[in-house]
Write a protein that binds this ligand. Structure first.
Ligand SMILES: NC(=O)c1ccc[n+]([C@@H]2O[C@H](COP(=O)([O-])OP(=O)(O)OC[C@H]3O[C@@H](n4cnc5c(N)ncnc54)[C@H](OP(=O)(O)O)[C@@H]3O)[C@@H](O)[C@H]2O)c1
Length: 215
């Protein structure tokens, strides 16, 4: 599979390397085709890895992963010709974090709207699925915990897209995946990210993940 990753941060580079490890081809996108972080990542990740602009990565990928600064999502999607996203599965890993009032961050949208819904509105022809936003980047691939398999929650409007994401998650080592419904469930998944962040600030650890206990 060809994967276009929008974003050169920890999430984009981690997921990009993971897709390459699983045998896929990945193009990492940034604002500038000459982005140094992306160039270094491609160099160290090998022949299945390349880089370019956000629009280049979107054209390359059959699957698109959005892993940009949440407040930049709209600008990033606007920089991509719409036909490059049409019909494609777009995995939204982002959170609408607001750092203006210090740490921990808040959310700049919530309760009656969400970052996930904004992404789906910005890319109406893409099949957006929220995923991976509730865990740190170090746990996104092959999460291993002494306490058992952590849970991943996803949401999106397209049932087939969510099945595809569930299979990708299984390939990434996530055995516990729950579909929380339409993309509007991002209204609840995005605040859950803040719970994850606050636990990190309070304990000083950043490798935790959520586990749902069932009877
Ligand atoms: N870090 C984690 O462990 C983690 C875990 C779960 C979810 N998330 C979420 O995943 C997303 C990515 O997080 P991250 O830490 O990997 O990276 P990040 O630092 O939040 O974002 C980096 C990317 O955002 C782009 N960007 C920043 N400002 C921009 C602007 N004004 N216009 C266009 N693009 C802009 C950068 O473009 P350039 O490449 O051109 O600089 C870069 O590709 C975030 O929404 C975050 O909340 C993060």
């Amino acid at each position: 599979m060809k994967v276009g990753i929008l974003g050169t941060g920890d999430v984009g580079r981690t997921l990009g390397k993971a897709f390459v490890t699983l045998g896929h081809e990945v193009k990492l996108g940034a604002r500038e085709a000459t982005n140094e972080k992306a160039a270094a990542w491609a160099q160290e990740t090998g022949p299945k890895a390349s880089h370019g602009t956000f629009a280049d990565a979107a054209a390359f990928g059959d699957l698109i992963v959005l892993s940009t600064h949440g407040a930049a999502n709209d600008a990033v999607i606007k920089s991509i010709p719409a036909e490059r996203l049409k019909g494609k599965l777009l995995i939204d890993t982002t959170n609408p974090l607001d750092f203006s009032k210090g740490k921990p961050p808040g959310l700049f949208v919530g309760h009656t709207d969400s970052g996930g819904e904004q992404v789906q509105r910005a890319a109406p022809a893409a099949r957006v699925v929220k995923c991976w936003n509730i865990v740190g980047h170090t746990a996104m691939f092959r999460p291993e915990y002494a306490g058992g398999a952590p849970d991943m929650f996803i949401c999106g409007n397209d049932g087939e897209a969510k099945k595809e994401v569930t299979q990708i998650l299984r390939d990434f080592g996530w055995s516990e995946v729950t579909d929380l419904g339409g993309i509007e469930s991002s209204r609840y998944l995005e605040p859950l990210c803040i719970v994850w962040v606050m636990y990190g600030f309070i304990t000083g650890g950043w490798t935790h993940a959520f586990k749902l206990l069932k009877k």
